[in-house]
Ligand binder design. Structure first.
Ligand SMILES: [Zn+2]
Length: 122
């Protein structure tokens, strides 16, 4: 006999579903239950990184994970860089790009954790 992790009632060792609370005890089925509970909020980590690599300068990955304020900030930095570059203020233009670059490097390390948080794994 073992204890059901959901209702703490005694059940048979071979049981796949608890007879008391009807919760599934197989790990695979459990994750399916969790996934179906919040299907709309799940974010794809690989897709988030694709966005970071291809649209990172425009904050694509930030919009994807719902942090649109930061995404807008990235776009503003890109526009500032372009505007200052047009006025031959290259130092300011490159400064804006450097700040954006630092944000993107930080994102490279933190994006995975942020997606996990959104998906309820942390
Ligand atoms: Zn149970």
């Amino acid at each position: 006999m073992k204890k059901c992790p959901f209702c703490a009632e005694e059940i048979k060792d071979e049981a796949l579903v608890c007879k008391h609370c009807r919760m599934s005890l197989s790990p695979n089925v459990q994750t399916n239950v969790q996934a179906s509970q919040q299907p709309t909020t799940k974010k794809n980590k690989a897709f988030a990184y694709l966005l970071l690599f291809f649209t990172g300068g425009l904050g694509g990955h930030q919009f994807y994970i719902g942090d649109w304020r930061r995404g807008v900030g990235y776009i503003i930095l890109i526009i500032l860089s372009g505007v200052f570059s047009a006025y031959q203020e290259l130092a300011v233009s490159q400064g804006a790009l450097a700040i954006l670059g630092i944000f993107l490097i930080v994102d490279l390390f933190q994006l995975s954790k942020k997606v996990d948080k959104i998906n309820g794994k942390l």
